[in-house]
Design a protein around this ligand. Sequence first.
Ligand code: PMP
Length: 359
Amino acid sequence: MKWEENVRKVVPYVAGEQPNRPNMIKLNTNECPYPPAPAVGRLARELDYDACRLYPDLGSRTLVEALAAYYHVEPARIFVGVGSDDVLSMAFMTFFNSGRQILFPDVTYSFYDVWAGLHKIPYHTCPLGEDWHICPADYRQPNGGIVFPNPNAPTGLLESLDTVEEIVAANRDVVVIVDEAYIDFGGDSALALLEKYDNLLVVGTFSKSRAMAGMRIGFCIGGEKLIGYLNDVKFAFNSYTMNLPAQLLGAAAVREDGYFKETVGKIISTRERTKGKLQELGFSFPDSRANFIFATHESIPAKQIYQALKEADIYVRYWDKPRISEYLRITIGTEEQMDQLLLFLEAYVAHHGKDTLEK
Ligand code: PMP
């Protein structure tokens, strides 16, 4: 068919499975196992649904102002979107237009190459080192922009603020996007560098540490000029992206800082306990600072464990891709969920692990 020649052909992103059965354990998409802040629930119950008759506030002011107060920046330096996926896609479209290849790690968030494809942006991937760390020297080659998560996904490894600064400072002529989806679980935010670098954009999300993946709220903070350009593109694309409940409930979540810190603290302590137990069972992993662990077993193939877990209704993430096909990405759930996972793995390793095979 002739018309097919002019279709924008894209390879879509493959999200983690989203089954929803009562007693399943879902550790495959890095959601928060705890509910959103109580204030979010209260406000959700009181929401004035009459207000849905009208279009929502174009500038999402309530949400932007709550974020501005929280991060101590001017509202004009904040852009919000429908999850950080929306923010990142908009940023790719806005900033990566030089025709030169953009750079990101070879093992990273698998949406980056999808957006590059969608927006027709050439790209080059820089291999992570053997230790899974970013090699800053790779980001000194000519490029049309840079994007990487910190901590990285799916490895969970955190780069120091010095490494982030080295990359931003060496690339003043292009925009550098630092995707901080997981920064609240134990890293120093690149927000601290914003005063020095007008080419830096720091992206965040409410989907992980703020337990609101279903509300679809993401944001980014950068210089006023960068944010202005992002807004121009957004308003040329779809003016009313943020719905009213997302704007109001998002703001309520930001204001309840005590609950946020408590939740993040619980996840970090469960993560550290889980690391110890996984090690005892023969797993190894980069030292995660995110809400997941990227683990490989000394003798059992990752795919086999993934499938066995799935049959037991425990979902983790697995990619049959170069370099990472021996790894499972395990989201940190509640203490009880991790106990169930570990109990299953203990029995599984006892039956299928190295010692058993050698006997
Ligand atoms: N960046 C990274 C590194 C992620 O892992 C995710 C979650 N899949 C996102 C961005 C997007 O999250 P959301 O759109 O829910 O904000």
